[in-house]
Ligand binder design. Structure first.
Ligand code: FDA
Length: 389
């Protein structure tokens, strides 16, 4: 069978690309349903974009690469699309937009868009091999157990990254890119919880606190969550994308509060109060209990000198931690690294040295922050390739 465009992967980027590539286009995926990551994203409500999405919110060896695609398909274009499909949404926090009802609405919208554009979708279809010849890309597929061969003028790699192999993530895009000589940068899990030595934060599991997490590369003010195995929560997921094995992370608890002034004012107003009681007005009681274990938080407020209060604030504001590792691809929301952007046109996402081969979405070395940025990259890069085809 001969067609114009074959897209491998019916995820966020692949379906968006098909919706713009139009007729004579086939999308294949080995999963039973399209857009499985969309379906489970945002706790089932899909954080489908971010009102403040900008190139600064992306990590890549070439931070300029994402600019063109993001500028030509913005968050407002996607919000407009969602509106045309009558999908109700709301802003949760920090510009993050979620469906009011269900992420399934986004999947249904994309399937309708690609079908309306005249594209076809084959599920439970795996890729056996790909060769390139004078006629284009000949791809041997296995559709529901039966062999099918497709020859396409354009081949789009949209099979995503390695995160969550249980959901069908594979390194197929990297393998095919490598086969055609495109460089693939080292990949590692991003937006992923940290692990620590056995039981380090076990007594605090479930406790959440506002914090600023930073290292030499970045800083994020969001919630920090203690878990049985280590640390999670938005602030941790964000900084994990900038973390390298063996590095320290600096934790500043309660970054919005001038704790020293607050404690001094309370010492003046209610000096008979216990220091730990006062601290529980600002921090979760279990965390205060844990911090007090070493006997350092004793006595009433009136007993605390300025120097003692200052020492306490320093302790809470510059807590140095060394994660032993991360939870890995098993739970990572994204894959950092991937197909080198140097090998691609930033306008069309086509490989510079391999005409007709396109790479979009997470497989490319462009990774967004937590908060709808990764879907926005999938929509924008899918649109760039789809309109160019
Ligand atoms: P995506 O992974 O969506 O699609 C790839 C497709 O290729 C899949 O359908 C897969 O089955 C198929 N495939 C893979 N290998 C194949 C093979 N060998 N043969 C055939 N088909 C193959 N982002 C965000 O912006 N907001 C959010 O709320 C969330 N939430 C979230 C939650 C969780 C739990 C995860 C794991 C991830 C997120 N993300 C997110 C990230 C977001 O899901 C991700 O960045 C995009 O889905 C990437 O889109 P792609 O189309 O590139 O890959």
């Amino acid at each position: 069978m001969r067609i114009k465009t074959l897209i491998l992967g019916a995820g966020a980027a692949g379906m968006m690309c098909a919706a713009h590539a139009g007729g004579d286009c086939l999308v294949v995926d080995h999963a039973k349903s399209p857009g499985e990551k969309i379906r489970i994203s945002g706790g089932g409500r899909c954080n489908f974009t971010n009102m403040y999405a900008a190139p600064e919110n992306y990590i890549s060896q070439n931070p300029h690469f994402c600019k063109s695609a993001l500028a030509r398909y913005t968050q407002w274009d996607f919000i407009d699309l969602v509106g045309r499909h009558g999908i109700a949404w709301h802003e949760k926090t920090l510009g993050q937009l979620f469906c009011d009802d269900s992420a399934r609405q986004i999947v249904a919208m994309l399937v309708k868009e690609l079908r309306d554009a005249g594209a076809d979708l084959w599920l439970q279809t795996s890729v056996v091999d790909v060769v390139h010849g004078r006629d284009g890309y000949t791809v041997r597929l296995e559709r529901e157990g039966k062999p099918v061969t497709i020859t396409a003028q354009n081949l789009v790699l949209a099979t995503g990254g390695k995160s969550i192999p249980k959901m069908g993530a594979t390194g197929l895009a990297y393998d095919i890119a490598g086969q055609f000589g495109l460089p693939v940068l080292e990949t590692r899990p991003g937006l992923v919880p940290f692990t620590f030595g056995e039981g380090r934060f076990k007594p605090l599991a479930g406790v959440s606190v506002p914090a600023r997490l930073s290292n030499t590369a970045a800083s994020f003010d969001e919630a920090l969550l203690f878990t049985h195995r280590g640390l999670s929560g938005p602030a941790v997921l964000q900084i994990s994308s900038y973390w390298r094995e063996g590095e320290d992370i600096l934790v500043h608890l309660l970054p919005e509060l001038d704790l020293f002034s607050a404690l001094r004012a309370q010492r003046q107003a209610s000096g008979r109060k216990d220091l730990t009681t006062e601290l529980t007005r600002h921090l979760p009681a279990r965390l205060v209990e844990e911090l007090a274990q070493d006997g350092s938080l004793k006595g009433r407020l009136a007993d605390q000198s300025d120097a003692a209060l200052e020492a306490l604030c320093v302790r809470l504001h510059s807590w140095r931690l060394k994660p032993t590792g991360t939870e890995g691809y098993r739970t990572a929301e994204v894959t950092l690294g991937g197909i080198d952007t140097d090998a691609l046109s930033s306008r069309t996402m086509e490989a510079k040295t391999q005409p007709g081969l396109y790479v979009i979405g997470e497989a490319v070395d462009v990774t967004g922050w937590l908060g709808g940025y990764n879907f926005q990259w999938a929509w924008a890069s899918g649109h760039a390739a789809g309109t160019a085809i």
